[in-house]
Design a protein around this ligand. Structure first.
Ligand code: SAM
Length: 170
């Protein structure tokens, strides 16, 4: 089981980025996403995608993030540009027992998160984006196996070199 915890979500400012964190999580094999701030619209948007494109990804907003991190039974990885290089840590993380929780921020992340996490991991030491950091980390963590997941949705895209091919099921 892989989960993502999104910290510092500001409804008006971060709605697109947090939605994209959710979409990337879902597409790259994450089972559940937690968001600190309650955002019913975000939940609706993500449910609508799952309803059409399938899979069992779930989202819970308005969680107590300390509670989620403290009670997590498994490895907790905080993505931050200040952390250790992900190339150095990812193999060890993969070998750990239990579920994986990946924490990403929006605005400045409370310093407590650095202490509560088992690993503070950098995807390069330049500031960029939680979406990019998460995608690269998950790709490396799953060794690309996220691509094998089948979602069995009402809509399935058929890969094609030109145009758009989809199969629609009811
Ligand atoms: N200035 C904020 C801070 O000091 O925490 C970072 C804001 S950044 C736009 C939002 C999130 O993107 C960070 O909390 C982190 O999770 C992720 N992020 C950005 N660059 C990263 C990097 N090089 N490696 C890992 N994660 C990164």
């Amino acid at each position: 089981m892989i989960a993502v915890l999104r910290l510092g979500h500001r409804i008006s400012r971060d709605k697109r980025v947090t939605t994209h964190v959710a979409l990337v999580s879902r597409a790259l094999g994450v089972d559940k996403m937690f968001v600190d701030k309650k955002d019913s619209k975000l939940e609706e948007t993500v449910h609508a995608v799952c309803e059409r494109f399938g899979g069992d990804f779930s989202i819970e907003t308005g969680v107590n993030w300390r509670h989620v991190i403290r009670n997590w039974r498994g490895v907790k990885v905080h993505l931050t540009m200040y952390g250790e290089p992900f190339e150095d840590a990812v193999e060890e993380i993969r070998e750990k027992d239990g579920d994986l929780l990946v924490v990403v921020g929006a605005e400045k992340v409370p310093s407590e998160v650095y202490q509560l996490s088992d690993y503070n991991v950098a995807v390069g030491n330049q500031p960029h984006s939680e979406i990019a950091a998460l995608a690269l980390f998950l790709d490396r963590y799953t060794m690309g196996k996220w691509q094998c997941k089948r979602f069995k949705g009402k809509i399935e895209v058929v890969p094609s070199k030109r145009g758009k091919k989809v199969v629609t099921r009811e």
